[in-house]
Design a protein around this ligand. Structure first.
Ligand SMILES: Cc1ncc(COP(=O)(O)O)c(C=O)c1O
Length: 400
């Protein structure tokens, strides 16, 4: 009898973490590696947030807290939703977990039964399909083509909905493509959803602050108040305040769903780290300068990377609206052979050859459900990005 569960057998480990580990290994072995795989800001957590955490430790706020968040943090989250998204939630409609990832996972575990379908636009964040599988549901993919800016439209969404559809996972700006939906594009999707009352919306707004060129960020429950009662609006402090290691994510939604999510958490991890919760209060209530500063830096890097990649023969890189990722197509490289004799049959071979031959670590598109492409996280220094793009260019020029 197999020791591991059938459910686990359906799931694969995170490919982005695998690439990061491989790059670290090569680097430790003395290779000159530029890692563009990890999805985290390279900036430090702002000083006033760290100070709030230190003050919390010194004040003895080091014990168990309420399972799904301290009242101060829930209040700060309600104020954030009202201030930035025009959404009105009561503290009883807020849940806090150990990262946005845990909020999404808990919500799926709390709601999915075998046979339930979850619509996921591709390219998608690597964890969505596997979280759905772990929770016993069935992922249903809808492709957002490069020519459409990696976005899906109303007809695509309508065609994917069945009586079994339970959730539509919406992620704008997107990891991995950086694509963000305009208010009108989102409105077209919400009009479809209004016609299908069995479908709930899980909006992953993790990258909301990283939008460029005056782009206006909007979220489904804000654009279509008719969906408020069946939308879980998910967010977190990881990307907004360079707090990936602190592990605080949160969501607002209907009270009965929030209670169900807390039930899952009460029997698994219990409360998120007490100290991190106090730090998150300072992040949400305190000065917001970091958000603007990081946005300026990321926009400059986006422009640098997009321009440099479009100079590489065989690579086409659209300009995304947000996040800190680009998702170039390598359709023009398939079938070519590298200087070391590797034939580029797909995007995984491309990423492996690129790492081995140039030391640049990127994540192959198949991991995100749309090929042939790759993802670059440009959350690293301008100098490292210029160096990496120069290496990618010489790799492409060397292909026969
Ligand atoms: C789209 C998306 N959602 C959620 C998360 C989870 O973030 P965290 O668990 O750090 O809050 C990430 C992190 O990479 C992400 O890219």
């Amino acid at each position: 009898m197999a020791f591991l569960s059938d459910t686990l057998a359906r799931v694969k480990p995170s490919p982005t973490i695998a690439v990061t580990n491989k790059a670290r290994e090569l680097s430790e072995a003395g290779r000159d590696v530029i890692g563009l795989g990890a999805g985290e800001p390279d900036f430090d957590t702002p000083a006033h947030i760290k100070a709030a955490a230190i003050a919390a430790i010194e004040a003895g706020k080091t014990k168990y807290t309420a399972v799904d968040g301290i009242p101060e943090l829930k209040k700060a989250i309600c104020a954030k939703f009202a201030r930035e998204n025009g959404l009105s939630y009561k503290p009883s409609q807020i849940t806090v977990a150990s990262g946005g990832k845990q909020v999404l996972f808990n919500a799926l575990v709390a709601t999915l039964n075998p046979g339930d379908e979850v619509i996921i636009p591709a390219p998608y964040w690597v964890s969505y399909p596997d979280m759905v599988l772990l929770a016993g549901g069935t992922p249903v993919f809808v492709e957002g083509k490069m020519e459409a800016g990696y976005k899906i439209n109303a007809a695509d969404l309508e065609a994917a909905i069945t009586p079994q559809t339970k959730w539509f996972i919406f992620n704008s700006p997107s990891n991995p493509s950086g694509a963000a939906y305009t208010r009108d594009e989102l409105k077209a999707l919400t009009e479809v959803l209004l016609r299908h009352p069995q479908v709930w919306v899980m909006s992953d707004d993790m990258y909301e602050h990283l939008v460029f060129g005056g782009f206006e960020f909007t979220t489904p429950a804000q654009v279509e108040p008719g969906l408020y009662d069946r939308t879980l609006t998910c967010n977190g402090v990881s990307k907004a305040y360079a707090m990936t290691g602190w592990r605080i994510g949160y969501a607002g939604g209907p009270e009965h769903l929030i209670k169900a999510i807390a039930k899952v958490q009460s029997q698994s991890t219990s409360n998120p780290c007490s100290i991190s919760q106090y730090a998150a209060v300072a992040a949400l209530n305190g000065p917001q300068d970091y958000i603007t500063e990081s946005r300026v830096a990321f926009e400059r890097r986006r422009d640098l990377v997009v321009a440099a990649l479009n100079e590489c023969p065989g690579i086409t890189c659209p300009t995304p609206e947000g996040a800190f990722y680009v998702y170039p197509s390598i359709a023009g490289l398939i079938g070519k052979t590298s200087a070391a004799g590797v034939t580029i049959g797909d995007d995984e071979t491309f990423a492996t050859a690129l790492l081995e031959e140039t030391g640049v670590a990127v994540v192959f598109g198949a991991a995100f459900g749309l090929s042939p492409a790759f993802r670059i996280s440009y959350a690293t220094s301008d100098a490292a990005l210029s160096d990496a793009c120069a290496r990618i260019k010489s790799f492409c020029e060397g292909l026969k």
